[in-house]
Design a binder for this molecule. Structure first.
Ligand code: PNS
Length: 160
């Protein structure tokens, strides 16, 4: 069984993430969306909220599972018998950071591959931080995140 992992903060999940999830899920038997717990920065949404958003919008996708994780990604990969890390690339600006992470992970666990997918051009400008900023000022996020979670994002962030 071919198990891939798509790691991230998902603070919150965006249409850009969903596009990568749908495309990556076709390349493997099981895709684990791994939601990072221990960021140095405190996330805007709690782990429960980030996981709940993902579960709400992934409804009906049979081979995708959402699992929180803390610690090293390579340890999570081993624990779940996963072969491949999926990362989305939006622009050249993503490259340097992702290149470093892929090489660090390769050094820690040579058997783990990192597979990069180019984002859909529609979402190349999109990030969770842009969604948070827009939502906090009441800007329109309806094309940027799944409809199901739009109001939940406003409810939390407009109160700031
Ligand atoms: O959505 P993000 O915040 O860009 O995701 C970053 C993530 C979760 C992929 C990255 O921070 C990560 O893999 N963290 C786990 C810790 C780890 O394994 N570090 C070593 C590689 S740099």
């Amino acid at each position: 069984m071919r198990i891939f992992v798509y790691p991230g903060s998902f603070d919150p999940v965006t249409n850009g993430h969903l596009d990568i999830i749908d495309r990556a899920a076709k390349l493997c038997d099981k895709l684990i969306v791994a939601v990072l717990k221990n960021r140095s920065k405190t996330p805007a949404f709690t782990m429960e909220e980030r996981v709940s958003f993902l579960e709400q919008v992934l409804d009906g996708r049979g081979n995708v599972e959402v699992i929180p994780f803390s610690g090293l990604l390579v340890d999570f990969m081993k624990e779940h018998n996963a072969t491949t890390v999926i990362k989305g690339l939006r622009a050249v600006s993503d490259f340097e950071y992702e290149f470093q992470m892929a090489l660090l992970n390769k050094n820690l666990a040579p058997e783990v591959e990192t597979l990069f997918m180019m984002t859909n051009i529609k979402y190349s400008y999109l990030s969770s931080s842009a969604v948070r900023e827009l939502a906090s000022y009441g800007g329109n996020i309806r094309d940027l995140v799944p409809e199901k979670i739009v109001d939940q994002i406003y409810d939390k962030l407009k109160a700031y």
